[in-house]
Design a protein around this ligand. Structure first.
Ligand SMILES: NC(=O)c1ccc[n+]([C@@H]2O[C@H](COP(=O)([O-])OP(=O)(O)OC[C@H]3O[C@@H](n4cnc5c(N)ncnc54)[C@H](OP(=O)(O)O)[C@@H]3O)[C@@H](O)[C@H]2O)c1
Length: 290
């Protein structure tokens, strides 16, 4: 246990008993967490988390920062929300940068990797491909089936493949690195309806890519994927009671997953604690098996 951690703990214990402002208390606790990353320590590492302006990506960015990493926060156009995440990363005592790029655009993908590689945070040795086109809320919800399929192909599939190949080559030159993809637990066992079909196509592609890329980039670079179950992000927040009941019925642990459930697994998988794990797709789904 380092000296800063011991001093902060003693300081915080005293202050928390003396009724100081919430803001001050939360600042102290942020310093406590950041000065003692503990298990799966990522100190002195730089991480890029795509799609980290909200939802699961936001939670991963903050968890990696709490573990000690400096973080490039990425979004397509929600720069204000991405800046808020960057501020929260800095509150944890880490450095942050915000880069916007449309991953459905081939040139943007190339430029994004270049900018991350040259960023003032240093060479990234952790890359999380989390961004995914939102087909369920907003404008895209009214697109035709073919348009949704095309959007998923451009953003989730082609974008992830291009980023992974570009960063993977650089990580090989660097001599180390970890790539983490986000799949979907129902992709391989199937789900009925338009969304089930569409996301099965894109997420099976990502999970297949994970295994092949792990072979291509070993031994210097590890590549894994997390396959989340029902996670309560934007769509889950507004899902009706019928969906809520279905989630509980299909999830033995009897609750929606939270973004933090995925973030904690991400922290482990990108850390040296997982140094013998590559080419794997790991479900984080509350125990759902069918
Ligand atoms: N939520 C679940 O239950 C669940 C389950 C299984 C898998 N997943 C996967 O987990 C990942 C995150 O999901 P989420 O629910 O947290 O999503 P979310 O809250 O909708 O966030 C999506 C992120 O991706 C970014 N993005 C969207 N389109 C983009 C594009 N064309 N170019 C660049 N960035 C783009 C968004 O940036 P802007 O805000 O700027 O648009 C945002 O930061 C996705 O890959 C999703 O498929 C989610």
């Amino acid at each position: 246990m380092n000296l800063e951690f011991r001093l902060l703990r003693a300081f915080a214990a005293e202050r928390l008993n003396s009724g100081l402002s919430q803001e001050f208390e939360s600042h102290v606790w942020c310093r406590l967490v950041s000065s003692h990353p503990g298990f799966a320590d990522l100190t002195a590492r730089t991480a890029v988390v795509t799609g980290s302006s909200s939802g699961i990506g936001r939670a991963i960015a903050l968890e990696l920062a709490a573990a000690g990493a400096d973080v490039v926060v990425h979004c397509r156009r929600s720069v204000g929300r991405a800046e808020q995440v960057a501020t929260a990363v800095r509150d944890l005592g880490r450095r942050a940068a915000v880069i916007a790029a449309d991953l459905g655009d081939v040139q943007d993908c190339e430029q994004f990797v270049n900018e991350c590689w040259e960023s003032e945070l240093g060479r990234p040795s952790i890359w999380v491909n989390n961004a995914g086109a939102d087909l369920l809320t907003g404008d895209a919800a009214s697109m035709s089936y073919a348009e949704k399929l095309h959007r998923l192909y451009e953003v989730d599939v082609r974008g992830t493949v291009l980023l992974s190949r570009a960063i993977g080559r650089r990580m090989i030159d660097l001599g180390r690195g970890v790539i983490l993809n986000i799949g979907w637990d129902q992709a391989d066992r199937g789900m009925e309806g338009d969304s089930g079909e569409l996301f099965s196509v894109s997420k099976n592609a990502i999970m297949g890519l994970t295994r092949s890329l792990a072979l291509s980039l070993a031994p210097a670079v590890r590549v894994n994927a997390i396959a989340p179950g029902w996670i309560r992000t934007a769509w889950g927040e507004q899902a009706g009671d019928e969906w809520h009941q279905r989630v509980l019925r299909e999830t033995p642990l009897d609750r929606w997953g939270e973004p933090q459930d995925i973030a904690k697994l991400a922290r482990f998988l990108v850390s040296d604690e997982a140094s013998y794990i590559t080419g794997q797709v790991i479900n984080a789904n509350g125990g759902a098996v069918r």
